[in-house]
Design a protein around this ligand. Structure first.
Ligand SMILES: [Zn+2]
Length: 437
């Protein structure tokens, strides 16, 4: 007995002696995500680690020292975004793992940790921003407001992104990639329409917090907000598209509750720098005041989009518009809807969602619904409002047919056939009726 105990003790001693560095933590993964404002650096760590970080100039670099940890991955394989980062390297200094990021410019940093959630373990997140970058002012959309006959601005929100993949299909299709693909197709279609202008809340693969998405819509003075999703459900048989609007009371269906829960996990997966410090009471009052206008408008717009989708899609989920308390739809004055394009958890729908044909079908249906809404509800000062008002135009000295056609966003051919004109000649004082768009 004594012999055995001694043997074990010696073995333990030997192990301890031959492995002088016993580390509490491992760094198992390093990822970069690039968004228009910042570069995000994420470390997968085996447990909540102690760390220090600092920046150095000449040459610019960021140093992250992780205490009592070692690197358990191939750092040469980390994909480097080219905006701010030149290179990433590591060294082990006794118990401290040092990661050095060589930078192109001086940066400011913000760091935070995330607790294990779903497939992720502990994560350490460092956001890097160009120190000298001027705050980007979104010109395209906001400046359009001042113009006469301005464009109507439509915010397209591609769900998920970056650390948050969204739902994952059986063939490993990620919701975040489908939402972005359709968002880009819809953006193109909208921007090809006179009087409409689209912008994306995210333009590539990075995460944007739910509240930040609504803030972006407000900053860009959006007239309508459309969030795109293709979620998963526990039952793979469930399929079909659905259109959702905000309900301050919360969902009353099982599907709605399931989707609300999934939405909440987005910020935990994606990583939000700091949650809003708004006074919850003030926020609630604002929300109640707003409901009046934006819920009615949201329902009207969403119903039109749903109708178009139901004409083109093989299957709709549910017989009517659905309601749930989605955070991303909580906006004081912007009508908003969330389109579940299909269920990525359904194998047939997963397959179809990846095709250009299906993506275009969805984007075109949304566009048609949106146009129909703004034709009947044109915002003040918009090109659509001018169309509604000026159905009749009186020809002035110097007018040409092509100028008139251009100013109303119709083709010369449309204008001619609509007014049964045989030539391009006009008389001063002649009245022309303008075809609707
Ligand atoms: Zn989703």
């Amino acid at each position: 007995m004594f012999k055995i105990v001694l043997k074990i003790t010696i073995t333990i001693l030997l192990i301890t002696l031959t492995l002088p560095n016993v580390f509490a933590g491992d760094v198992k993964g390093i990822r970069f995500w690039q968004d228009p404002e910042k570069t995000r650096l994420v470390f997968d760590v085996s447990e909540s680690v102690k760390y220090k970080l600092f920046t150095l100039d000449e040459p610019y670099r960021l140093v992250v020292d992780i205490e009592d940890a070692q690197l358990k991955m191939n750092i040469a394989k980390v994909e480097i975004p080219n905006q701010l980062v030149k290179e990433i390297r590591s060294s082990q200094q006794e118990q401290t793992l040092r990661i050095v990021i060589d930078l192109k410019k001086g940066v400011s940093t913000k760091d935070f940790t995330l607790k294990p959630f779903q497939d992720y373990g502990h994560r350490l997140v460092v956001d890097l921003r160009d120190k000298n970058a001027k705050k980007q002012i979104v010109k395209t959309a906001a400046s359009a407001i001042k113009e006469k006959n301005r464009d109507i601005i439509i915010a397209i929100d591609a769900g998920h992104g970056g650390e948050d993949p969204g739902a994952i299909g059986r063939k490993k299709t990620r919701e975040k990639n489908i939402t972005l693909a359709v968002a880009k197709r819809l953006e193109k279609l909208i921007n090809a329409e006179k009087g409409l202008k689209a912008f994306l809340t995210r333009t590539s693969d990075y995460y944007v917090g739910l509240e930040k998405r609504t803030q972006l819509a407000r900053q860009n003075k959006a007239d309508l907000f459309i969030s795109l999703h293709a979620d998963g459900f526990k039952d793979p048989k469930v399929r079909g598209a659905s259109v959702w609007v905000l309900s301050s009371k919360g969902a009353n269906s099982e599907m709605g509750k399931w989707l609300e829960k999934r939405e909440k996990s987005s910020d935990l997966l994606g990583g939000v720098e700091s949650l809003s410090n708004k006074d919850p009471l003030v926020a609630q009052v604002l929300l109640d005041l707003s409901m009046h206008y934006s819920v009615g408008a949201s329902i009207n717009a969403a119903e039109r989009v749903r109708k178009e989708l139901s004409k083109k899609m093989s299957k709709m989920h549910g017989k009517s518009l659905r309601k749930a308390a989605f955070i991303v739809l909580r906006m004081p004055d912007i009508p908003a809807m969330l389109v579940e394009m299909a269920f990525i958890s359904n194998p047939q729908e997963e397959k179809r969602l990846k095709t250009k044909k299906q993506q275009m079908k969805i984007a075109k249906s949304i566009l048609t619904g949106v146009k129909s809404y703004f034709k009947s509800h044109p915002p003040d000062g918009s090109f659509y409002a001018s169309l509604a008002k000026s159905q009749v135009y009186k020809v002035k000295n110097g007018d040409t047919l092509s100028q008139i056609a251009q100013s109303f966003g119709v083709s010369m051919q449309q204008l001619k056939s609509h007014n049964k004109l045989k030539s391009n000649n006009l008389r001063i004082g002649q009245t022309l009726t303008i075809p609707g768009v």
